[in-house]
Design a protein around this ligand. Structure first.
Ligand SMILES: [Fe+2]
Ligand SMILES: [Fe+2]
Length: 387
């Protein structure tokens, strides 16, 4: 982060905001202690005497809520970076496989790649376009909100150094992410189908497409040589489909995980309003991935197995079980419940960085890029409610 006059002013504003917030927080923590010590019988009196009504009134009218804390800024800045990275990868998908128009400009499309994507669903280009536009709006909004609150927006432009696909249809510009050497973790498939396991309990999950989790595979054609034979470009489209699910399930978990450490109610509203759009994307991609054509890529042996037949099949693999199955949550003593998983908040930002790195998205990026991203994640993970 640059330290200049503007930055110092912003820090001054944030410090003032923090003071205001600490005043309201101390009222809240006093109240919480009071209620716990007083027990159930004295809750009513405790609430009144500790000024909860006053605090709620102030919250409802935005008085105590007007301060956004250093932790809130750190969480928003990390999310902005994550959204910029998401936008960069979705832009590459849209240039070759989506709809290029005034809403999502750039690229001219690759007919063979689009045809392969449409084997999964005729509307794939529209969905890719819409997901891409959403990602643009996510980082643009978060950056504008940061600026409006006296905090520095995130800009990763200097890291746009990775090569574009050479396939006809792609723009030739520098990229932040690499879609041509992916190792896709497809365990989200079984994680959302399990009725007994939850990653927040340390549980692990089988891969839906074991081959994709080993080796490095393109999710977009690297050049026009990748457009044939048929089962090769189809394997690339299949890879993209499972990668779409991987990316969007990540956003689906990241927002609720970080929301637990947001302080300001309006910032919480932002996380609670953007996060479920990631889930809307995920749900769509989960459905489409189930339509991936069963095949073996003749160029590299990558297998997309029939997930409805042995040794796959059953509830953990069946392709139309796209809604989250109820599973254990918080404690195994509670009844199972249909939930987003994981949502554990500790280390959530760094966990997301590690997952994206293991995915191969940043192959070719500079040490400085990783340093900046790790710094943003560390600051977000250091954020605590009330500070
Ligand atoms: Fe997003
Ligand atoms: Fe997303």
């Amino acid at each position: 982060m640059k330290h200049n006059a503007q930055q110092s002013r912003k820090e001054g504003i944030m410090a003032k905001n923090k003071q205001a917030l600490e005043a309201s927080t101390s009222r809240r923590s006093f109240l919480q202690k009071g209620v716990m010590i007083g027990g159930a019988g004295t809750i009513g009196a405790g609430l009144l005497s500790a000024g909860l009504l006053k605090t709620n009134f102030a919250h409802a009218h935005g008085a105590t809520s007007s301060a956004i804390t250093k932790g809130d800024v750190a969480i928003l800045r990390f999310l902005s970076a994550a959204e910029i990275l998401e936008t960069d990868l979705w832009q590459q998908y849209n240039e070759l496989g989506g709809i290029q128009d005034s809403e999502v400009p750039g690229g001219k499309g690759s007919a063979a790649y689009i045809a392969a994507l449409q084997v999964l669903d005729g509307d794939m280009p529209q969905y890719i376009h819409d997901n891409t536009e959403d990602e643009f709006s996510h980082f643009t909004f978060i950056n504008a909100y940061l600026t409006a609150n006296g905090a520095a927006p995130v800009n990763l432009d200097k890291f746009r150094t990775l090569p574009s696909s050479k396939a006809t249809g792609a723009q030739q510009i520098g990229r932040l992410t690499n879609l041509m050497q992916l190792t896709v973790d497809t365990s989200w498939w079984t994680r959302y189908r399990s009725r007994t396991k939850n990653p927040d309990f340390g549980d692990t999950f089988a891969q839906a497409i074991p081959g994709l989790s080993k080796g490095k595979f393109p999710a977009i054609p690297r050049n026009d040589g990748d457009l044939t034979p048929n089962d090769h470009i189809q394997a690339i489209a299949n890879t993209a489909a499972f990668h779409f699910g991987f990316i969007e399930q990540g956003g689906t978990s990241l927002y609720p995980s970080l929301a637990q450490r947001v302080t300001n109610v309006e910032v919480l509203r932002i996380l609670l309003s953007i996060g479920p759009t990631e889930t809307a994307h995920f749900q769509t991609w989960h459905d489409k991935a189930g339509n991936a054509k069963v095949l073996t890529d003749p160029t590299n042996g990558l297998v997309f197995p029939d997930l409805n037949a042995p040794p796959f099949g059953g509830e953990n693999f069946q392709t139309n079980l796209i809604m989250p199955e109820p599973t254990v949550f918080l404690s195994r003593t509670f009844p199972v419940v249909s939930i987003i998983r994981p949502t554990q908040t500790q280390g959530a930002a760094m966990g997301a960085v590690q997952a994206l790195t293991a995915d191969g998205l940043f192959i070719g990026q500079s040490p400085e890029f990783f340093a900046v991203l790790h710094d943003l994640a560390q600051q977000a993970d250091a954020a605590q409610r009330g500070f």
